[in-house]
Design a protein around this ligand. Sequence first.
Ligand SMILES: Nc1ncnc2c1ncn2[C@@H]1O[C@H](COP(=O)(O)OP(=O)(O)OP(=O)(O)O)[C@@H](O)[C@H]1O
Ligand SMILES: [Mg+2]
Length: 233
Amino acid sequence: MLKISHLKAGYGDTAIIWDLSLEVNAGEIVALIGVNGAGKTTLLRTIMGLLAPWSGSITYRGRELTGLATDRIVGLGINMTPQGRRLFAGMSVEENLLMGAFLRRDGEIKADLERIYGLFPRLGERRRQTAGTLSGGEQQMCALGRSLMSRPALLLLDEMSLGLAPVVVEMLLDLVLQIREQGTTVLLVEQDVEEALLRADRGYVLEGGRISLSAPAGELLADRKLQEAYLGL
Ligand SMILES: Nc1ncnc2c1ncn2[C@@H]1O[C@H](COP(=O)(O)OP(=O)(O)OP(=O)(O)O)[C@@H](O)[C@H]1O
Ligand SMILES: [Mg+2]
């Protein structure tokens, strides 16, 4: 579904990603693991067309994405829930959710709002509350719900668990399983590596600007070096 080959990207004259290749197949949950500053967010922003790559290719269902504007990429069925949530703090929960549907012209937006409220009852109860006054967990639900409102076929999730209690993290990651059941493919960047790998099919480790390790999630969980480096075991 998504195929990245020999990607190079960075800021100014500093390369962050050197020679990165990875693939995500339809229906998978794929975890992307890497230390702070490894370039995970940079990669996701490059996929979304928010950052222009220096070289290499990113194809989605066989089509080249590099050079396309972000709204075109969203229109093709990819969405990102950004690190730090980036809600419109002064707008209500519902207004934030509707922002996720701004490219849609179909008649099912109302029905999808109800589907989101079914997935996150807490958001339904708070649909008129301003997003800036939500708890951290509720804000993350709202950011995730906003992404889902674009009906993505491929969802990029950047650090959902940041600053959240373990029970909330588990709840959100279990929802990712449900989202996949409903037909969305997921590329998951998660600092809670163990919780992410417990739910992912496969994982990639990003190190030194490239993929240093790629394996089924279960193998990564059992990998001694990975345990020492990322799982604190
Ligand atoms: N707009 C920018 N301009 C210059 N450098 C940047 C910019 N954004 C990120 N960087 C640098 O690029 C590197 C990779 O950052 P990135 O945010 O992709 O890492 P990350 O793997 O997502 O880290 P984290 O786990 O902390 O979110 C870092 O050294 C960061 O300082
Ligand atoms: Mg990041």
